[in-house]
Design a protein around this ligand. Structure first.
Ligand code: NAD
Length: 270
């Protein structure tokens, strides 16, 4: 029986090493700050400089940025960092909604590169070190739309769903080597990619309770808390799964509260 040491107080990632792609802003930045506040040495790989990297450094953690476009070959610096934790966070729908019929193969390639191909490349590059050290946690950022439809973004949702399947099957292969892999499926999280402050006009904000049971929008720190759990020994018996961080939109599916009380899955005035 293992010691229940993960339930003692103290930093959850003391001395661990992590790589977070797209950690300069949004969800990735919140994850990097949370890991560093819990004692991890975090290497942020991003095309942009970090905008928000203030964190409580009393646990001895650090954040360093490596300039890297995830669509290109992995730099040696990522392997040399010897991470125990990898957060594959970069992902994007690339363009406003268009029907699949109006898409071009060039767009499919772009969506493949930004949502799926880099996850395979980086995971493949860092996994041997993790299995050799017999310790690792890989966290893939998918989306609620890997689990339900998003009209106008069929190819994006297809690649995010592929990431979910990759996560599940890889977990079976690498579990015996002491490495876990899980996914986080966000929705309604306020970031530069999804700036609800701009998207939702002030006069519509009272509608948030009709869009998600926990209202919204969620904040990047709401996702970072779950990533911290998945990176740490608190989740040592968790692999192959997806945690939905969406204020409840996946759970409620197409059900909406009525103004008059109760719920409907056939809204007349959506
Ligand atoms: N925000 C949400 O509500 C939401 C919903 C569903 C899924 N997600 C997923 O969560 C993840 C993070 O989303 P976000 O909203 O924080 O994104 P964001 O666009 O706000 O931030 C992404 C970060 O990645 C960096 N980046 C972009 N392209 C890059 C590249 N080619 N190479 C290196 N870095 C690059 C950006 O500079 C930025 O720092 C994504 O995979 C996204 O699909 C988010």
């Amino acid at each position: 029986m293992t010691e229940p040491n993960c339930f003692t107080p103290g930093p959850l990632l003391a001395g661990r090493r992590a790589v977070v792609t797209g950690g300069a802003a949004g969800i990735g930045a919140a994850v990097a700050r949370a890991f560093a506040a819990h004692g991890a040495h975090v290497l942020v790989a991003d095309i942009e400089p970090m905008t928000q990297c203030t964190f409580d450094s009393s646990a001895g953690g650090s954040i360093t940025r490596l300039e890297w476009d995830v669509r290109t070959a992995c730099p040696d610096g990522l392997v040399e960092h010897r991470p125990d934790v990898l957060v594959n966070n970069v992902g994007h729908f690339v363009q406003p909604p268009h029907t699949f019929a109006a898409n071009s193969p060039a767009l499919w390639d772009e969506l493949h590169e930004i949502n799926f191909a880099h996850v395979l490349r980086l995971t493949h590059a860092l996994l041997p070190g993790m299995t050799e050290r017999r310790r690792g946690s890989i966290i893939n950022l998918t989306t609620v739309e890997a689990h339900r439809a998003i009209p106008g973004h069929a190819v994006y949702s297809g690649y995010k769903a592929a990431l979910t399947g990759f996560t599940r099957s890889l977990s079976a292969e690498i579990g015996p080597s002491g490495v876990r892999v899980n996914a986080i499926a966000p929705d309604l999280v306020e970031t530069p990619q999804v700036p609800y402050e701009d998207i939702v006009p002030h006069e519509d904000r009272h509608l948030w309770p009709t869009w998600s049971p926990l209202c919204g929008p969620g904040q990047p720190d709401d996702v970072a808390g779950v990533a911290l759990f998945l990176a740490s020994d608190l989740s040592r018996f968790v692999t192959g799964g997806t945690i939905h961080v969406d204020g409840g939109t996946h759970a409620t599916g197409g059900w909406f509260p009525r103004r008059s009380g109760g719920w409907t899955n056939r809204p007349r005035n959506p």
